[in-house]
Design a protein around this ligand. Structure first.
Ligand SMILES: [Zn+2]
Ligand SMILES: [Zn+2]
Length: 683
């Protein structure tokens, strides 16, 4: 099942509870109507500007008062931290952010509304259909439905799309209605819809809303876009079976996936991107280029790195080692397993037990394969006494971890059970934190440049003060200090970032690094984590300058993520055309005929001496075929040698993707190639 981006939109208790006892005009029932006396309310906009409006004003009204053009783009609104219908009346002072297509919440509201539109179309074509839930997902939406005895096929999707387009053009408003539980139960009993009745079981008076657009009404906590006319381009992508509530003992429902956009142009671009992504699928390229293999006997999710893939791994590790050495890191090596007691100390057990391989028992002690490297590094910190002079201590290791991912979640190199992480842990004082974090951030930016990653964003997850001591460690000062420092680094280095409230880890703020491949597909690369818990759990201490004992702050970081995910990303990003420094075979020498085989071998020998990975194509094939085959293998350079080249000690150079580059002396070519690879040039 795809991950739900902003939670399932089944009508569970929504965040809008605050206003649920409100009258239909949206005014809190506990307060008398104040409309008559025209008390104005203050609306604070994201830039800090405060504007005054009549109570009952909607986000859409506010947008209109700014510009009509803006109002046409508004999909939803963030009102006091909650996502609302843009058309919903605001009756008290509020902070307001208008949400459009470029906001995650705007987009998911758009897609969830599209699921309702699809349901309306389904209902008109399949009368009597019953619906379960229809959430937005990472790229679009789906709706689960019970069609009774009928079946939906891929062919029906085109008909459905047409109907949806027709309904979208009617530009029907999405209207929200608060409703008493009994009334809702009556409505769905009459319809004979046991699914919505099931959802209603856990809901109470005051938290139930219906949304209607056109002829379709759904039990839903919302929010929704203002009207269907905003949906300009529709593509239903697939139909599949899905067990009710994900339980295989339940009835199989029909799940229809789709994606919609506010313009045809955006849909076209999206479809083109999918087409391109298919060509660049890392599983397909991984096989064609002999990068990795999977074997049933080894087990699912356990990739075997073939010699070509191993070369890429070693080049990446070389880059990491050089970069980390220059940044003052020290390398360590630690075992892949440890006793249960260590993971109890770290808290991975019992909390992460489900994602760890089961324990193995030896001499009456349980051992686990590690799912993370951190505890081992903490033990290295603890192995010898530390003073302030030892800090910051930066311990690095390309650590191998094992995670028990559900078999349904496994996906090529992207979701695996054995991973090699570009891991390091930085132990520092509070005073050193800013500089250390800044250096980590700079390392990310340096890597992005090397790999030609132009689009990236850091997602900074913060704590929620009201949840200190429950969801978050009760260290209000440390939270505020570190969050401020992290934000400062991002602002001062002009790093693009977004802030998300209430999504930090238990033990500190974190940064998820999102990157986009050359064809615009998004990947989560790694997570940076500030940690003020593990140091204490492991009783890590250092002697301060005034001879007291203190616990270090810890930064977890992995800029190159794992080899598995990063090489999967690079395969798509480069479409398999690795830059020279990463290419498994860097140069192929192609003799025009056997007569020049000895010269070809001599050239290849010289290349190898210069540390260039070179091969000779010694097959008895026509040169045209040799060239085509080498292009298929995406080797950066081909050197063609015949009579003229041999006599003049030269080579004819062809560059992957660029074609003929003329003739060069062998030594000249070698010195240029060495420079290109040493500088890790993109091409
Ligand atoms: Zn809904
Ligand atoms: Zn860690």
């Amino acid at each position: 099942m795809p991950s739900l981006k902003s939670g399932c939109r089944s009508p569970v208790t929504g965040p809008a509870r605050l206003f649920l006892k409100a009258g239909m005009d949206g005014s809190p029932a506990s307060r008398p109507f104040k409309y008559a006396i025209h008390n104005m309310i203050n609306i604070t906009l994201p830039d800090g500007a405060v504007r005054q409006y009549e109570p009952g004003v909607s986000a859409l009204d506010v947008a209109r008062s700014i510009s009509e053009g803006l109002a046409r783009k508004v999909l939803a609104a963030n009102v006091n931290g909650q996502v609302w219908d843009a058309s919903r009346p605001i009756t008290t002072d509020a902070t307001l952010k208008l949400l459009t297509w470029t906001d995650t919440d705007g987009k998911s509201t758009f897609w969830h509304s599209s699921a309702h539109l699809m349901a309306e179309a389904v209902e008109s074509l399949f009368p009597g259909v019953k619906f379960w839930v229809g959430p937005p997902v990472e790229n679009g939406f789906y709706y689960d439905m019970d069609l009774g005895d009928r079946k939906m096929t891929e062919d029906d999707l085109a008909v459905l799309e047409k109907k949806m387009n027709e309904l979208a053009r009617q530009n029907n408003a999405f209207t929200r209605q608060e409703i008493a539980k009994q009334e809702a139960v009556d409505y769905f009993s009459q319809k004979g819809d046991e699914y919505k009745l099931d959802l209603l079981q856990n809901l109470h008076d005051g938290e139930i809303t219906f949304y209607t657009q056109g002829a379709f009404t759904d039990l839903c906590r919302g929010p929704h876009i203002p009207s269907t006319g905003l949906i300009k381009a529709i593509k239903l992508t697939s139909v599949a079976g899905a067990y009710w509530k994900g339980n295989e003992k339940n009835k199989m429902l029909t799940r229809v996936y789709g994606v919609t956009f506010p313009s045809q142009k955006e849909l076209d671009e999206y479809l083109q991107m999918l087409e391109e992504a298919k060509k660049r699928d890392h599983r397909k390229l991984g096989k064609e280029l002999s990068i990795f293999a999977m074997d049933d006997d080894v087990g699912p999710g356990l990739p075997l790195w073939l010699p070509n893939g191993t070369i890429i791994i070693e080049e990446l590790e070389k880059l990491a080692k050089e970069t980390e050495a220059a940044a003052g890191y020290k390398r360590v090596v630690t075992p892949h397993i440890a006793k249960e007691s260590m993971y109890l100390t770290s808290g991975h057990l019992p909390y992460y037990e489900d994602s760890m391989y089961p324990a193995m028992e030896m001499d009456g002690t349980k051992y686990y394969l590690r799912a993370m490297n951190c505890p081992h590094h903490h033990k290295i910190f603890a192995a010898e006494p530390k003073s302030y002079k030892d800090l910051p201590l930066r311990l690095a290791e390309y650590g191998t971890c094992y995670r028990y991912e559900q078999s349904g979640e496994l996906f090529g190199l992207m979701r695996v059970r054995c991973l090699h992480m570009n891991d390091a842990h930085i132990y520092c004082t509070k005073e050193q934190f800013y500089e250390e974090f800044k250096a980590v951030n700079e390392m990310y930016l340096k890597y992005f440049k090397i790999f030609g990653i132009d689009k990236y964003v850091m997602r900074l997850s913060l704590h929620a003060p009201e949840k200190l001591g429950q969801k978050y460690m009760n260290e209000p000062e440390l939270w505020n200090e570190t969050e401020t420092l992290v934000r400062d680094v991002l602002v001062k280095t002009n790093t693009p970032f977004v802030e998300v409230q209430d999504e930090a880890a238990f033990y500190g703020p974190k940064i998820d690094v999102q990157i986009w491949s050359a064809i615009g597909r998004e990947f989560t690369l790694a997570t940076n984590q500030v940690d003020f818990a593990q140091g204490r759990r492991f009783k890590l201490e250092f002697t301060t300058q005034d001879n007291k004992s203190d616990t270090p702050l810890i930064i977890h970081r992995a800029p190159l993520g794992t080899h598995e995910r990063f090489i999967g990303f690079l395969l798509e990003h480069y479409a398999g055309r690795f830059p020279l420094w990463l290419a498994p075979v860097q140069v192929k020498v192609l003799p025009i005929s056997d007569k020049f085989l000895d010269y070809a071998k001599e050239v290849a020998g010289k290349l190898k001496k210069a540390d260039i990975r070179a091969e000779v194509d010694d097959r008895q094939e026509k040169i045209g075929k040799k060239i085509r085959d080498t292009e298929m293998l995406k080797v950066p350079y081909m050197l063609i040698v015949g009579e003229k080249e041999m006599n003049e000690r030269q080579v004819s150079v062809r560059r992957q993707g660029k074609g003929d580059m003329g003739t060069k002396g062998v030594d000249e070519f070698i010195s240029e190639a060495v420079l290109e690879k040493e500088e890790r040039r993109a091409e």
